[in-house]
Design a binder for this molecule. Structure first.
Ligand code: AMP
Length: 492
């Protein structure tokens, strides 16, 4: 196919964050308390998206929806909101973007009325040929309402010539590339699907007779639901009044689950692809200690994300683990701030030194990753100022040197600390006595493999290796539009 003429688009989904949605989904079918369980499920998935939340319910006749910016607890706290969301089926979504503004039309679940009824759609991932497909759809007369990559799915379903909703969804998804874990709710059924590589998680749960499809198992725990299994890569499950059915409509691929879900993104109390995220993080800490130990007095995590790896590290070398840095829990994830200015402020607001655990000590500081280097720079400075005699920074991921195009919005290469500096350069800039990242093979050992299969890696690890698991069609298209979006804030 010829590269798309993207200059024809008047909206610019590459502008800001709008093509990069790293989100959480929660759907429940056949439950008398569908809306309140969904609000709770979304609350458990809050770490996957803190900028907006939404839910759509179906009461057998009508769909009801609520969407808003900010946290789930802010959006769903009013009794009136939950009681308005009537019905036995609900689909909720939390949205996360790392820069720019979010427009309300991008807040999911997206919803549309088709010839067969309504359809609500929640997506976690990133469709890497969305712009290309979108351009073709616009040519064919589709009117886009948002700048979200997810909207192409709605249009593809609408124009599909297939006879049933199920076949239309399959027809639509077969035209897409990239990462998608999606849940759709129609008048008659709930659908859950993972892309053939299974990059993002999606699990099945059960609460009495009701079925749940959600991003992580922690969202099942919060409502007392039982974990049934992961949706398999390339599998679509259909849940309706007859129960659950499974189809495998895509050609089979090798699984490429995102290894960064284990390192940072998923909640430690979740089980992803059969492994406890917490245990994996501890194991990474152990491997890291084996690879990079230096004499020290104390192991200090950068809370919260560095805690399990620091525990594993400290246990492996038999050195005390101490909370030398205390986190204020009333601020969101530092990274999730729209501007550089607030990002800097965020780090200061979030962490404070627990001086007694640091002063006069040789400190091993453990964090999960360095992205722009903002967090580490500030933290190291704080630790030094508190009187540490040595600071050795240990990172429980390999250097993040490549952007993610599969659903976690890492910045462009120019902004990635590890893409711009070598180990010596980073060590000097951070002002540490030593710096070490887990090796790629060490990371693979921690997730249960003897080593990384270089011919066919067992995970998507592109942010570390630059080896993307599938085509980057839009990125490689010649002309990306860079005009201002008509849908930017103030016009939505
Ligand atoms: P930075 O200050 O840009 O180096 O950010 C690094 C910190 O952000 C790490 O300590 C992680 O805990 C966190 N982090 C890493 N990747 C992400 C991401 N994709 N989204 C949100 N937070 C992240």
């Amino acid at each position: 196919m010829a590269p798309p003429d993207l200059s024809l688009l008047t909206t610019d989904p590459w502008d800001g964050d709008t093509l990069h949605e790293e989100c959480g989904v929660f759907g429940i079918f056949g439950d008398a308390d569908a809306a309140s369980h969904t609000a709770l499920g979304l609350h458990a998935l809050q770490h996957r998206g803190q900028e907006a939340a939404g839910a759509v319910t179906f009461d057998g006749e009508h769909f009801h929806s609520h969407r808003g910016f900010g946290h789930v607890s802010d959006n769903f706290k009013a009794e009136s909101v939950v009681s308005r969301l009537q019905g036995h089926a609900a689909l909720g979504h939390v949205l996360y973007s790392t820069s720019g503004e979010i427009i309300i039309r991008n807040v999911q679940p997206l919803f549309a009325d088709f010839e067969f009824g309504g359809l609500a759609l929640g997506h976690n991932g990133n469709i890497t040929n969305a712009l290309t497909v979108r351009q073709e759809l616009v040519r064919r007369g589709c009117l886009f309402q948002s700048t979200s990559d997810t909207e192409v799915v709605i249009h593809l379903i609408a124009i599909s010539q297939q006879p049933t909703v199920e076949e239309r969804v399959i027809d639509a998804l077969r035209q897409l590339e990239g990462a998608y874990s999606m849940v759709a709710l129609t008048n008659a059924a709930m659908y859950g699907v993972r892309d053939p590589m299974g990059v993002r998680p999606l699990v099945i749960g059960k609460l009495d007779k009701a079925y749940i499809l959600c991003s992580e198992t922690c969202a099942l725990d919060i409502i007392g639901a039982e974990f049934v299994r992961d949706v398999a890569p390339g599998e679509m499950v259909i849940i309706d009044e007859n129960g659950l059915r499974s189809v495998k409509p895509f050609p089979s691929y090798d699984s490429k689950f995102c290894i960064f879900e284990y390192i940072y993104f998923a909640r430690p109390d979740s089980v992803c692809e059969g492994s406890s995220v917490y245990e994996v993080r501890k194991k990474i800490g152990e491997e890291l200690a084996k690879e990079s130990h230096v004499p020290c007095d104390v192991v200090v995590p950068v809370p919260d994300s560095g805690v399990p790896a620091a525990l594993g590290y400290a246990a492996a070398i038999n050195v005390p683990f101490e909370y030398g840095i205390i986190r204020n829990h009333y601020v969101g994830r530092t990274f999730i701030q729209p501007t550089e200015k607030t990002r800097h402020l965020g780090v200061k607001r979030k962490h404070n030194i627990n001086r007694a655990q640091i002063e006069g000590k040789r400190v091993i500081l453990v964090d999960d990753s360095i992205v722009r280097g903002t967090t580490s720079t500030k933290i190291v400075d704080m630790v030094r100022q508190a009187g540490a005699t040595e600071v050795h920074l240990r990172i429980s991921s390999p250097p993040t040197a490549h952007p993610c195009y599969f659903g976690i919005d890492t910045p462009e290469r120019e902004q990635l600390f590890a893409a711009q500096h070598d180990l010596d350069g980073m060590t000097k800039l951070l002002g540490v006595d030593s710096l070490a990242f887990i090796s790629t093979d060490g990371l693979y050992r921690a997730v249960g493999h003897a080593k990384r299969d270089t011919d066919n890696p067992q995970f998507c690890d592109a942010c570390f290796t630059g080896e993307y698991p599938s085509a980057l069609t839009d990125l490689n298209a010649e002309a990306l539009p860079h005009q201002l979006s008509l849908l930017t804030e103030g016009r939505a």
